[in-house]
Design a protein around this ligand. Structure first.
Ligand code: SAM
Length: 290
């Protein structure tokens, strides 16, 4: 079944009496080579399991099913569940499991336990724009050892995820992401490749998760708090930004810590890379411990 064909998509939607649901960010892909390229990039091995978030009518799911050992597709919209049963009927038997759930509420560790026991697990998603960051953060913070996370997201967000320290796109999410893995932009997908066409262009980003984190903080919570504080008051110098975020530590002490870490006191947080943040957070943690 050619699920990138606009006529086919419209026929399916009319037969099942469903509509594109804006509240779920439904923009379906209509370009087969884009779909194939995304599916190809999900794992290095056909033995992998792919967790697909938001299969829609199954266009990517189908391609994943012919490439990988197992596909677990989590879809929030119950109207799409019978559609998926129909559109995925020609996939290799037993490969695709469709799960009707909100990926933000599902217990991923439990859902993916057999998959992790069997081998590598990757994530693939053409993500709804409104929930990109929360889903990405939930995946990273789950601590699950995914091989890759391949996501299609708004190009502007992709620029932010892949930015270097010091650039204007660099933000808290960039620094946090660097803690978990390495993000790489694979290719751009213009708005005309979707139905309905979104207002913005998209970019496919692949995150390779660190097997061993290169920089390990003494306390993760202090690290995330340090990063958040540094970017919350972006225009402020680092001592000012940190003293707003760590009101329990005197500003002079924070300034001294920043200098001990080798930075000038008028530096701004956006110049610090993840290694700098871990070193800074460790010193702040020591200070809090007394
Ligand atoms: N994968 C299809 C494609 O590429 O054409 C559909 C992508 S569409 C941009 C996003 C899909 O994610 C929709 O099917 C939507 O219903 C689903 N979705 C939105 N929020 C979700 C959530 N919290 N959990 C699971 N699926 C979700």
């Amino acid at each position: 079944m050619n699920l990138t064909d606009i006529r086919t998509i419209k026929d399916i939607m009319s037969i099942y009496n469903i509509h594109f649901r804006k509240e779920f960010g439904q923009n379906f892909l209509t370009n087969i080579s884009v779909v194939e390229d995304i599916a190809d990039s999900c794992s290095d091995t056909p033995e992998a399991t792919v967790l697909e978030i938001g299969p829609g009518i199954g266009v990517l799911t189908q391609e994943l099913a012919f490439r990988y050992r197992k596909v677990i597709a989590v879809e929030i919209d119950n109207g799409l569940i019978p559609v998926l049963r129909y559109t995925l009927q020609d996939c290799p038997e037993g490969v695709v499991d469709v799960v009707h759930a909100d990926v933000m509420k599902v217990d991923l560790r439990e859902l993916l336990r057999p998959a992790f026991e069997a081998g590598k697990v990757s994530v693939c998603a053409n993500l709804p724009y409104y929930i990109t960051t929360p889903i990405l953060m939930a995946l990273l913070e789950s601590g699950l050892p995914f091989e890759y996370i391949t996501i299609m997201i708004q190009s502007e967000v992709a620029d932010r995820l892949c930015a270097n320290a010091g650039s204007k796109e660099y933000g808290a999410i960039t620094a946090v992401l660097k803690y978990y893995g390495e993000a790489q932009k694979l290719f751009k997908v213009s708005a005309g490749n979707f139905i309905p066409a979104p207002k913005v262009d998209s970019t496919v980003v692949r995150i390779k998760l660190h097997k061993e984190k290169p920089y390990v903080p003494k306390d993760e919570e202090t690290l995330f708090r340090t990063i958040r504080a540094a970017f919350e008051q972006r225009r402020k110098t680092l001592p000012n930004a940190l003293s707003a975020g760590f009101s329990e530590i005197p500003k002079d002490t924070l300034t001294a810590i920043i200098e001990e870490c080798g930075h000038r006191p008028d530096i701004r947080g956006e110049r610090l890379d993840i290694r700098d943040f871990v070193a800074l957070a460790d010193r702040i943690f020591d200070e809090k411990q007394g």
